[in-house]
Design a protein around this ligand. Structure first.
Ligand code: SAT
Ligand code: MN
Length: 618
């Protein structure tokens, strides 16, 4: 073993050996050396982010069986990865926030005492990279050097993580050059936790998807560090995404007076060429990617994509909230994505994609549930077993993913790369609710908007743990992603009032309301443009609204349903606010807020009281 920091010697045949290291930053060099001493890899490789490097790593992964190249005439430049069957999603119960004081993590995070956790991590990471290469992956979340961006360095023993980070972040030499002495950057250590040499020096063969049953996804918000062990899955292994851009960044944002949120970001252009930027938070399985890439069914309207998962929003010099998508690619759920639900995504996935846990067709292409109406007669399923439409299990894992560069998205907005971000005109909160929540409602002011964000709840789908249909509260859709106390998160949102002169308007939406017969009352997808039209009309002061206890809903005739198969009775139901249902909602919210204790802002408590008063005046 060597802890020398050099370029990969094993690749000497196809890459020229470079001498020295590509950085002179002593803090970075010291951290890389210390991490290598702990994890004991065979070699250390600094990643430059080049195409040549990507090609070399993917070729190696094809040789080791980690990647299956897809048929280049069907899916050029694309690969399929099959994970270990137990390493298919984020591990919320093994995700830790280590803050000095327990109350800084709050009741919705798994808190750990930092010193004790550090000791535990030292144990699991000791020798965890033996027999492997440790890759050093410098990256920027947001355009390199941008005023809203943050820098990070991930070390990892997973080439799958390296190539995915290249797609999902601005990774390589440019980011490394920005990490000069004295510049802040977030260190992240990642190991799949399957060393190839044991404590007695015995070697073992590698497997296609190395991982460990024991998993840790650990965050130290106070020292801004990430340690992830045992998983190769995106949300656990691509440390720029949930770990840095949400859990660590949310804590940084609180300190610095901005917002790091689990939100999509779109540019909407009206037929009159008025431009609006909307950010929207939905829990998983509520169609975030579909809205981010929507093709409006209303003539003349245009929706362009800026982000599908994360938005960083800072008070700008113009007194507005300015937002970027800190990511450079999309790591989206494949099942349910099809030509009828999201044609933009289908176009985006034509080439240069890494698919994980989808099914393989006999001619070397991919398939998943929802891609086409009918399944092919024969497939290889995500576990590598033969599959037919009669098989009892799905061909693709329900959380099968695609990883693709944002540049491949045909609806990408020109502003995607703007380091200054876009001014946010409106924020949307939503969930999947069969009843109670109206199609759209506008909050009266910022504080009622914060109450709306705090109140997000959604019915569980088959893809999530727990009973299907059960309501899960998910404030700001940030439940597993806020790196500090959930109650402090609400206070922080309220405090933006003092930092931003022209705050965005706030709306709640629900595309999933059903009639008593179980039928969806609203067609959704491209027809959601009608709701966006009303929202933009509210921003312009041209759309009429009616007061309800749950906020302002479209006045009769204000929502354009021309040509839609939505009866007047359905429309009335969609926009109704039922007093009994909302009183029950208020009771549920009170129970959900109870563990927040004194950290629940008084203003949120007051909104709950006001809601009850409006529903049931004394
Ligand atoms: O599962 S991930 O966290 O990687 C992706 C997501 O949930 O948005
Ligand atoms: Mn997400």
């Amino acid at each position: 073993m060597t802890t020398d920091v050099t370029h990969e010697t094993q690749d000497a045949q196809d890459t020229p050996e470079l001498s020295g290291t590509p950085t002179a930053n002593p803090a970075l060099l010291d951290w890389v050396r210390r991490t290598a001493r702990l994890t004991q890899p065979d070699r250390v490789v600094w990643c430059d982010g080049s195409q040549e490097e990507f090609d070399r790593l993917t070729a190696r992964m094809v040789a080791t069986g980690t990647l299956i190249p897809l048929n280049p005439s069907k899916r050029p430049g694309s690969f399929l990865a099959r994970s270990a069957p137990g390493d298919v999603a984020r591990v919320e119960h093994r995700t830790f926030i280590a803050s000095r004081r327990r109350e800084d993590a709050g009741p919705t995070n798994n808190w750990r005492e930092p010193d004790a956790l550090r000791e535990e991590l030292d144990g699991v990471f000791t020798g965890s990279m033996r027999g492997r290469t440790m890759y050093v992956v410098p990256f920027s979340m947001g355009p390199v050097g941008g005023p809203l961006s943050l820098l990070g360095v991930q070390v990892t023993d997973s080439p799958y993580a390296v190539v995915s980070m290249r797609t999902m972040t601005r990774m390589g030499n440019e980011a490394l050059a920005a990490i000069t002495e004295g510049t802040a950057w977030v260190p992240g250590v990642h190991s799949v936790g399957m060393p190839l040499v044991d404590d007695l020096g015995r070697t073992r063969p590698d497997v296609a998807w190395p991982c460990n049953d024991l998993k840790h996804v650990a965050h130290f918000p106070e020292t801004r560090e990430i340690w992830s062990f045992g998983s190769g899955y995106g949300g656990n292994a691509l440390l720029g995404k949930k770990c840095l851009a949400l859990r660590i960044a949310s804590a940084v944002a609180r300190e610095e007076g901005w917002l790091a949120e689990h939100m999509l970001l779109v540019k909407v252009t009206s037929p009159q060429q008025r431009v609006f930027h909307l950010a929207a938070a939905f829990p998983s399985a509520c169609g975030k990617t579909n809205l981010a890439m929507m093709r409006p069914a209303l003539p003349g309207w245009r929706v362009e994509t800026i982000g599908d998962d994360i938005a960083w929003m800072r008070p700008g010099p113009d007194g507005r909230l300015r937002a970027i998508n800190p990511e450079a690619g999309f790591f989206g759920v494949a099942p349910g994505t099809g030509w009828s639900t999201n044609p933009t995504a289908m176009e985006m996935l034509r080439e240069d994609v890494i698919f994980t846990n989808v099914a393989l067709t006999d001619d070397g292409d991919v398939w998943w549930e929802g891609m086409t109406e009918e399944a092919p007669a024969h497939l290889t399923d995500w576990r590598g077993n033969p599959w037919t439409p009669d098989s009892p299990t799905p061909a693709a894992h329900p959380n099968a993913r695609f990883t693709v560069a944002a540049a491949r998205c045909p609806s990408l907005a020109a502003e995607f790369d703007d380091p200054e971000g876009v001014p946010v005109d409106a924020i949307l909160f939503g969930g999947r609710r069969r009843t109670t929540a109206p199609l759209v409602a506008q909050a009266g002011d910022w504080s009622q908007g914060v109450f709306a964000g705090a109140s997000i709840s959604s019915e569980r789908t088959a893809a999530a743990e727990g009973a299907v249909g059960e309501l899960r509260h998910d404030p700001f859709a940030m439940l597993p992603f806020t790196g500090y106390h959930v109650g402090d998160h609400l206070s922080h949102w309220l405090s933006m009032r003092d930092r931003v002169e022209h705050l965005p308007a706030v709306f709640s939406v629900n595309w999933f309301r059903r009639g008593e017969d179980g039928r969806f009352l609203w067609p959704g997808f491209g027809e959601n443009a009608r709701v966006l039209e009303w929202i933009c009309g509210r921003l312009e002061g041209t759309a009429a609204a009616r007061h309800t206890p749950a906020g302002l809903v479209p006045a009769p005739g204000a929502l354009d349903v021309d040509g839609l198969d939505v009866s007047p009775a359905d429309l009335a139901e969609l926009l109704s606010v039922d007093a009994a249902a909302w009183l029950a909602e208020a009771d549920q919210l009170e129970r959900f807020f109870a563990p927040f204790g004194a950290k629940l802002p008084a203003e949120v408590r007051d909104h709950l009281a006001l809601l009850r008063y409006r529903l049931d005046p004394p």
